[in-house]
Design a protein around this ligand. Structure first.
Ligand SMILES: *Cc1c(COP(=O)(O)O)cnc(C)c1O
Length: 427
C-alpha cells in the first residue's frame, strides 16, 4: 500500500518494553562513537540532497562552520538566567529585534525567543487566551484555523483548553475567508492564517483575514514560521509578494522560525507581537518556593544557549545581503525543479506557491505509488492529501541534485505510469 506517513510522527516518549540498561562498565569514547556513527548510517541522507523536509541545508561549508563554532562556543551555558550570561541575553535581544524588523513590526512591538515554531505558537495562543479573559471576560474560548494551519495550533489548544474550529480551503488551497467569517463568534480568541502554509506552500489571504479579525477586535496570527525568512527576501528580489506582515493593521502576532529558512540549527524561533504590553501574558513569575524568584517567559526552564548563539551568528554573518543572495539561488533551483515536474505528463503543482515549498500531484498516475518508488530510490518526499500529492521543501543544497531527482521522478512515473489506468481527479 502507498505510504502516507509524515515526518514528525516519531514519539519522544517511549514505553519500557524493549529495555535497555546503562552499561555496567565504562566504555572507551571511541567505542561509543563508533557505535553511534554505525547507527547514524541508517538515518536519512540529507547531506546527499535526498531529504526535502526537516533539515534545511545550504550546502555551504562557510555557513556550516559559523553554525558549528557558535554552537560549540555556547554548548554548556544556560539561557534560564539572563543575569549570569549577559552575552546570551544580549544576543537573544538582538535576534528578536532583527526578526521583528524583518517582518516590519511597528514601534512599541515586543518579541520573545523560543525553541521552535511550536513554542512560538503555544505562546501566541496563550497570550490571546489571557487577553480574551482579561479584556473580554471569555472563560472558554475557541481558535479558528483554516485546515492547512500547522498542527501546533491544535496542540496549543489541547494544552490550553481551547476549542478548535477548522475551516475549509478554496480550490487554490488557501483559506476560505467566508468559512472563517462563519466560524468566528464572540468567544473566538484568535484567528489564524499562514504565510505560507506547510502543506502546499501557498499564502492565505492575510489581508482579508486580518481585516475580518480586526473588525471584530480579535487578534490575528500570521504564521510565517517558514515565510518570515522567505517572503521578505523575495520582495527584495522584486517578486510580487502578497501582504503578510505587520504592515497590515489587523496582524497582531507572527511566528518566525530561524531554524528553517533562517538556516540556523534547531531550537530557534521568534514570536512577535504588535504591542509589547501583551508579552506580560507569556511571563510566569513565582516566588512561593524556598529558592527565590523564578521568572520565565516561555515554556522551558533550563534552556539551551547554543541555539541563540547560532541564530545570532548566522544572521549576523549572512546579513540581508547574504539571505537575499541565497534566496535568489534557491529560487533558480526551485524553478528548475518546478519546470522539470511540470514537463512530466500529468504532473501538476498544487496551487500557486511563491517560494521554495511545493506539492505536486498527477492527473494520470497514482502519485503515492510514484512516491513509493522514489522512497525505494532513497528520496524522502512527504505526502499531502486532499488531493494526494508529494511535498518538497527545497533548500540550496538541492541545487546539485536537481537532474538526478528529475531523472528518478520521470523513471518512477515510467514504472508506474503505463500500468495504471486513471489517476486522481480533484477538480
Ligand atoms: C514548521 C512549522 C511550524 C512549527 O514549527 P516547529 O519549529 O516545527 O515547531 C508552524 N507553522 C508552520 C507553517 C511551519 O512550517
Amino acid at each position: 500500500m502507498a505510504s502516507k506517513s509524515q515526518g514528525g510522527t516519531h514519539p519522544a516518549a517511549h514505553t519500557n518494553a524493549a529495555r535497555s540498561e546503562m552499561p555496567k562498565l565504562r566504555r572507551p569514547a571511541r567505542e561509543v562513537f563508533s557505535e553511534m556513527y554505525d547507527r547514524k548510517g541508517l538515518d536519512a541522507d540529507w547531506l546527499g540532497g535526498k531529504v526535502f523536509s526537516l533539515v534545511y541545508p545550504t550546502g555551504r561549508s562557510d555557513i556550516d562552520d559559523v553554525l558549528i563554532e557558535a554552537n560549540n562556543a555556547y554548548l554548556f551555558e544556560n539561557a534560564l538566567n539572563p543575569l549570569r550570561f549577559p552575552s546570551v541575553s544580549r544576543m537573544q535581544r538582538e535576534v528578536v529585534n532583527m526578526v521583528s524588523s524583518l517582518v516590519n513590526a511597528p514601534d512599541g512591538s515586543g518579541a520573545g525567543f523560543t525553541a521552535g515554531g511550536t513554542e512560538s505558537i503555544l505562546m501566541s495562543v496563550l497570550v490571546s487566551r489571557e487577553r480574551a479573559k482579561v479584556e473580554r471576560g471569555i472563560e472558554r474560548g475557541n481558535i479558528v484555523l483554516p485546515i492547512s494551519a500547522h498542527p501546533a495550533f491544535a496542540k496549543a489548544a489541547f494544552y490550553l483548553g481551547l476549542e478548535v474550529r477548522t475551516t475549509s480551503l478554496t480550490t487554490e488551497f488557501t483559506a476560505d475567508v467566508g468559512a472563517v467569517r462563519d466560524a468566528v463568534d464572540k468567544s473566538t480568541t484568535l484567528v489564524v492564517g499562514s504565510a505560507y502554509g506547510y502543506p502546499h506552500g501557498v499564502v492565505d489571504p492575510i489581508e482579508e483575514l486580518s481585516t475580518l479579525a480586526l473588525s471584530k477586535s480579535i487578534p490575528f496570527h500570521s504564521d510565517t514560521c517558514i515565510g518570515s525568512f522567505v517572503l521578505p527576501f523575495l520582495e527584495r528580489l522584486g517578486h510580487d509578494v502578497p501582504p503578510f506582515d505587520f504592515r497590515l493593521p489587523g496582524v497582531t502576532q507572527m511566528s518566525c522560525d530561524i531554524h528553517k529558512y533562517g538556516y540556523s540549527t534547531k531550537g530557534a524561533s521568534t514570536i512577535v507581537y504588535r504591542d509589547s504590553a501583551w508579552l506580560r501574558h507569556q511571563v510566569f513569575d513565582y516566588d512561593a518556593w524556598p529558592s527565590g524568584r523564578y521568572r520565565t517567559s516561555s515554556l522551558a526552564g533550563a534552556r539551551a544557549a547554543s541555539p541563540i548563539a547560532a541564530a545570532w551568528a548566522v544572521m549576523t554573518y549572512l546579513g540581508e545581503a547574504g539571505y537575499t543572495e541565497l534566496m535568489g539561488e534557491l529560487m533558480e533551483i526551485t524553478q528548475a525543479i518546478r519546470s522539470g515536474i511540470e514537463a512530466i505528463e500529468g504532473m501538476e503543482i498544487l496551487g500557486t506557491p511563491p517560494g521554495p515549498l511545493l506539492s505536486f500531484t498527477s492527473t494520470t498516475n497514482d502519485i503515492f505509488a510514484i512516491g513509493d518508488v522514489m522512497d525505494e530510490r532513497g528520496w524522502h518526499l512527504n505526502r499531502v492529501d486532499g488531493p494526494p500529492g508529494l511535498h518538497m521543501m527545497i533548500s540550496p543544497l538541492h541545487g546539485a541534485h536537481v537532474a538526478a531527482f528529475l531523472d528518478d521522478l520521470a523513471g518512477a512515473v515510467a514504472v508506474h505510469g503505463a500500468s495504471r489506468d486513471g489517476g486522481v481527479s480533484y477538480n
